[in-house]
Write a protein that binds this ligand. Structure first.
Ligand SMILES: Cc1cc2nc3c(=O)[nH]c(=O)nc-3n(C[C@H](O)[C@H](O)[C@H](O)COP(=O)(O)OP(=O)(O)OC[C@H]3O[C@@H](n4cnc5c(N)ncnc54)[C@H](O)[C@@H]3O)c2cc1C
Length: 412
């Protein structure tokens, strides 16, 4: 059991996945002091991945996205402050300022505020224009995805493409508009991005790349999206899916270092004793990929779950005078689009060399990415048995030639 004398009150900002795993870990490690969880949303501890998949499809109702049964949450004995945002942090007095003009003092703090959706500079507030991050966003969008509705998705990232697939399956007419030359370019590179997204064209989604969105048009309700050349793409519903920014605005006047996320060390400590960050908001040096990126911020479910646990454990370990554990892991995410299950392990860079090691780019396939001649990522489309065992290759330093030999042997 962790020694917790002098650590009587831990505050956690953000009641989503990283905040949940932090709360559970504090209790599992024997912390029996107060835990206050402050969160801007009214709904707490639910999973976001189904919001663009089964919940949006109408196959699941909101009760299915709960991360835990109510009894399990009650057993954690948390003081919940829902619908209240943290607006400031004083690291000297160790106090949080909240949007209801109250303050919360703490001995330990975990910052788990995740991400906020980016919006277009001139995005109008009219009926039919949506973003997707929260359960209420998903329910509002779902209501409008009726058969025959014309949906325009701005941005061919993972969320935009998942919504496109779900909406198409529900009978909507779907057009995806992307400014870059190919879908999923940032995550997968141009060739693999196009290959993964080809399932959309096969299912009747129109994917238009290299187009600039000028503005969303309409009056009370949206009627279309105007492109750079004046063309108007008609729409009854628009999803703006242009990515997520780390939710750090509330920390801008604090002493913490912010650089596209809260900058942490390899143990997720933010540079102030007993303050840690975890999940989509945290930027940290991942020792397994130091030669690819000096530090990274990851917007995936598994990362948020693992970091929430590591941050909480390290908070207690350091307080007890023990060595904290660095967080070094192979990032992983999945995405479901029509009947394709995309799985991606590791990190790709624009200059990574891509080898297709199995399958056919038009259907199921597996590809590997090598950076500086080292294996740094594995992508699979509906080939889970080939992707997941490769995690161990990514944990070690595996050359491109060794990786190619591994896959040849696995397929023999
Ligand atoms: C639609 C959708 C589909 C996804 N699908 C997948 C998938 O298939 N695979 C995958 O790997 N990942 C997926 N993800 C990503 C995954 O859900 C996130 O990585 C994960 O939710 C991050 O958890 P988090 O706890 O770090 O932050 P978040 O889930 O963003 O939660 C942060 C919480 O903090 C609150 N908050 C923010 N600022 C403040 C403040 N100042 N004060 C108080 N509270 C605040 C927010 O309201 C929010 O409740 C998906 C995400 C979305 C939105």
């Amino acid at each position: 059991m962790a020694h917790t004398v002098g650590m009587n009150h831990v505050a956690i900002v953000g009641a989503s996945l990283a905040g949940l795993r932090a709360s559970e870990t504090l209790r599992a490690e024997g912390f029996n002091g107060d835990i206050t969880v402050i969160t801007a949303e009214e709904q707490t501890f639910y999973d976001r991945p189904p919001l663009s998949k089964k919940l949006l499809a109408g196959e699941w109702e909101p009760d299915r996205v709960a991360s835990r049964k109510a009894d399990n949450i009650d057993a954690l004995q948390l003081t919940m402050r829902t619908g209240v945002a943290a607006t400031g942090l004083d690291t000297v007095s160790r106090t949080l300022q909240l949007s209801d003009a109250t303050t919360v003092s703490f001995d330990g703090l975990i910052i788990a505020t995740g991400g906020v959706v980016r919006t277009l500079p001139n995005q109008p507030n009219m009926k039919g224009v949506h973003t997707l991050r929260t359960l209420s966003d998903a329910m509002a969008l779902r209501e409008q995805l009726v058969p025959g509705a014309r949906l325009v998705v701005i941005g061919a990232g993972f969320i935009g493409l998942e919504v496109a697939a779900t909406a198409r399956t529900r009978g909507a007419d779907v057009t995806v508009l992307e400014g870059l030359a190919s879908p999923l370019v940032r995550a997968l590179g141009a060739q693999m991005g196009a290959a993964v997204a080809s399932v959309h064209e096969r299912n009747g989604v129109i994917v238009r790349c290299g187009v600039q969105v000028q503005r969303i048009v309409g009056d009370i309700s949206v009627t279309g999206v105007e492109l750079g050349d004046g063309e108007i793409v008609a729409a009854d519903v628009v999803l703006v899916g242009i990515g997520v920014a780390p939710a750090t605005q509330w920390l801008e006047s604090s002493s913490l270092v912010l650089r596209d996320g809260v900058v942490c060390d390899d143990t997720l400590n933010v540079g102030v004793p007993a303050i840690y960050a975890a999940g989509d908001v945290a930027r940290w040096p991942n020792a397994l990929f130091a030669d690819v990126e000096p530090d990274m911020r990851v917007e995936h479910w598994t990362n948020a779950a693992e970091q929430g646990a590591v941050a909480a454990k390290n908070l207690l370990m350091v307080h007890a005078g023990e060595q904290p554990t660095p967080y070094a892991a192979v990032p992983f995410f999945w995405s479901d689009q029509f009947d394709s299950r995309v799985a991606f392990l590791g990190r790709a860079r624009a200059d990574s060399v891509v080898d297709v090691v199995a399958g056919d780019l038009d259907s199921r396939f597996c590809a590997i990415y090598s950076t500086n001649d080292r294996l740094t990522a594995v992508l699979g489309v509906s080939m889970p048995k080939l992707v997941m065992p490769a995690r161990v290759l990514l944990q070690q330093s595996t050359s491109r030639a060794e990786a190619l030999a591994h896959f040849r042997a696995a397929l023999a």
